[in-house]
Design a protein around this ligand. Sequence first.
Ligand code: AKG
Length: 302
Amino acid sequence: MNRIYAYILDGIISIENIVFFNNHGYLVAPGMVSPQEVNALKKELATICRGERGAFKGFIPVKNGALDGELTGRYRALHFPHKMSRIFHNFLFHRKITATITQLIGPDVKCMHSQLYIKGPGCKGHAWHQDEKIIPTGDQSLIGAWVALDDASVENGCLWIIPQRQEHLARTVPQYSPEYLESETIDVSAYEAQMIPLEVKAGSVLFYHGYTIHASQPNKTMYCNRAALQCHYMNANAELPWSVDGRGVPVEDMRDIVLITGVDPYQWKGTNNICCPRFEPATDLAHVNDRTKETIRLVKQS
Ligand SMILES: O=C(O)CCC(=O)C(=O)O
C-alpha cells in the first residue's frame, strides 16, 4: 500500500489509515498535538524535575535558579509521569489521540503506562523490540502513542521501525553494542532493507502496535534533547497479565489502569496502585565522545 496512508492528515484518521495500520503496524500524525500543548508539557516536565510535584524515587535535588534544560538533562527518562502530575494525567485523554485509538482498537480503551523520554546528548538508544513482550495484553491490542516534544531526527535518536504488522513475538538474541541500553535485541538481519527512521517535528504523534518491531539510536548530538512522551493503551475488554517493571510476579490482570473511553467490564475488580513513578538518571553516557562528556559534566555540576 502507498506509504502516503501512513500519515494522518489534519488529525482525523481515515479508512486508508486504518488499513495501513493493520498491514504495517504504525501511523504518523504530524502536528496532532499543538505547539501550546507541547510547551505546556515541557513546562510541566521542568516543574516535575525541579521537585515541585514531589521527590519521587530517583529525584536529584537541584539548586534554585537552575534552567529548564539543566533540570531535565539530569534524567534519561521519567516513569509514569501521569502519576506525578495532573497535567500529564489529563494528557492521557487527549481528544485527537484517543479518537484515533478508538478507531484502531475499539471504543473501550484503558491506559496502563506512560513514560517521558528526555534522551539528552549522549543517551543510549533502545535495541530492537516489541512492546507486547514488555507489556503483554490478553488480546494483543497494545498500542503506543509516542508524542514528540522535540523534533526527532536520525541524529538525535528518533524511532526506527520495521513497517510490518507482526503476528508473533520474535526471538531475541544477546546484543553487545554500547549504543543500546538493553542486553538483548530482536535479530533484524532479515529486515535490513525495510527499516525506516520516523523523523518527525515536535507535536507529531506516532502510533504503533504492540507487536511492531522498533528501536531507537543514541542521541549523537551535542546539545539537543530528544524528549518524547510515550503512552500505552489497550482494549478495556481484555485483561492485562503484566507484572510491571520485570519484577516477575505473575498477575492475572494488572489493575493499575486509567479508563480512557467507553466501558470497563472489569470495573468490579476495582483499581489499585502498583506502578511507582520514578526518575531515571542519565547514567548511560559511556559511548559519547570526550567533548560531549565534558559538556554534560558541566551542565550537571551547575
Ligand atoms: O523513544 C525511544 O527512544 C524509544 C521508545 C521505545 O522504544 C518504546 O517506548 O518502546
